[in-house]
Design a protein around this ligand. Structure first.
Ligand SMILES: Cc1ncc(COP(=O)(O)O)c(C=O)c1O
Length: 427
């Protein structure tokens, strides 16, 4: 194994025994733009900048402006981009365009589901639409959502309310898991049929107690659907442990996969409950137009159909491999450590900065939501971009009106320090 690597700052180092910070360094094949990957089931310290610097080199992402908006879109590493390109070339060379199916089991393993429980979608919203449109709900049935929804989880339910007269009830998550559970219980009624909430809010990165909420739903006979746009790739995700009925997510945020990939988990026992609304080739286990018969597949594949992109799903498979090589817990620790460091620095500004992301252990990870009292959120967003060259996200949703930063494995402590410095100047 070639054990030299070039750091971002240009040093050429030889790593004894091909390891760095206790992790094995594997060279990629000749011709690959991704030189190395740090790999192994070893713990990487979240502040071992040497290791994270090597990880950073696996991304083509430019250094300026600084990117702190993974919550909107996760830049892919070279291995993902190269896998997409190679698969596109294979398809276009051979004329054999299938292949997306092969990635379903890998996605399933990544979230601890069975492949039969995974439907391949193109984004989070598509999965939510499958559930919101397909559940058997009648006029007056109630669905519980939060005041922190993304349009992707608000519109499908609003549309269902408009079509079928279901009633949407919203609550604001509490600062603790216990408070959140109480607020949900308080608005549950005998008409409540669904709790459809974010697992991690897009506004402040608040991790809601998905496991306890799922248990509450089970106990009351209420279906639980988690909008998990931000969970996989940010923190380890285990749908079996969560116990939810449905979970919708995508490959293009924290998993850093190709844009336009997604998946929907439908618990095995729930497949028959959801009426497939959009169907086509692949949804069925046999049909006859003359006899007027149609049998759906017995599993969650019935919710996806027709041609998909083998290249994009192959890329998502490569993204999963990449996350596994670094170790999902290492990934989670690094993102959380950077966001935590920003939080501590901003807290030093006292009441000039209001931090919105709850502090309870387990209630936050790699997203931080905050307001700077002296500067409206939209102005701060523009200032950060135009003056300080930092990409963040402003959050106008539901009048939350805050600023949001996301930190992932390609971010450095320098990126975090630049942000803190900029906010200190403004505040
Ligand atoms: C919580 C949440 N739900 C849903 C979505 C919509 O995602 P997609 O564009 O993949 O449908 C987002 C996107 O940012 C989100 O943050």
């Amino acid at each position: 194994m070639d054990t030299r690597f070039v750091t971002r700052r240009g040093f050429i180092r030889t790593v004894a025994g091909g390891t760095l910070g206790g992790m094995a360094l594997y060279a990629f094949p000749e011709g690959s733009r991704a030189k190395y990957v740090v790999a192994g089931n070893r713990e990487i310290s979240p502040d071992d900048e040497q290791v994270w610097d090597v990880v950073r080199q696996q991304f083509p992402l430019q250094h300026e402006p600084i990117y702190l908006n993974n919550g909107t879109m996760g830049p892919s590493p070279y291995v993902v981009i190269d896998a997409v390109r190679a698969e596109m070339e294979r398809v276009d060379r051979t004329g054999q365009y299938g292949g997306w199916e092969q990635v379903r089991p890998k996605i399933a393993r990544f979230i601890n589901a069975d492949p039969e429980e995974v439907s391949l979608t193109h984004n989070v919203t598509e999965g939510i639409n499958v559930v919101a449109s397909g559940l058997p709900l009648k006029r007056g049935d109630e669905v519980i959502l939060t005041t922190h929804e993304h349009a992707g989880n608000a519109l499908p339910w609003l549309a269902r309310a408009r079509r079928d007269g279901i009633v949407l009830k919203v609550f604001t998550p509490g600062q603790t898991a216990a408070e959140t559970l109480t607020r949900i219980e308080d608005i549950c009624s005998p008409r409540t049929r669904v709790i459809a909430i974010p697992h991690v809010t897009c506004t402040t990165g608040h991790i809601l107690p998905g496991k306890e909420i799922s248990a509450l739903g089970r106990q009351k006979g209420i279906w639980v659907m988690l909008d998990a746009a931000h969970t996989p790739g940010m923190v380890p995700l285990d749908v079996r442990d969560l116990g939810c009925d449905f979970l919708a997510s995508c490959g293009h945020k924290w998993m850093m996969g190709p844009k336009g990939t997604g998946f929907l988990f439908v618990r095995k026992e729930m497949v028959e409950t959801v009426e497939p609304v959009w169907v086509g080739g692949g949804s069925d286990a046999g049909w006859d137009l003359v006899k007027g018969t149609l049998t759906y597949r017995a599993d969650a594949h019935r919710f996806d159909f027709a041609s998909q992109s083998a290249a994009l799903y192959t890329g998502l498979g490569a993204a999963i491999d990449f996350l596994h090589q670094i170790g999902m817990q290492n990934v989670a620790n690094r993102g959380r450590a950077l966001a935590g460091w920003i939080r501590r620095e901003l807290s030093e500004l006292g009441d000039r900065v209001e931090i919105l992301t709850p502090e309870e252990e387990g209630g936050y990870a790699s997203i931080l939501g905050f307001r700077v009292r002296s500067c409206p959120f939209d102005r701060l967003h523009a200032l950060l971009l135009e003056t300080h060259r930092i990409i963040t996200r402003m959050v106008p949703e539901n009048g939350v009106n805050c600023n949001r930063v996301s930190t992932h494995i390609y971010n450095s402590t320098d990126d975090a320090a630049r942000l803190v410095d900029a906010i200190k100047r403004v505040a």
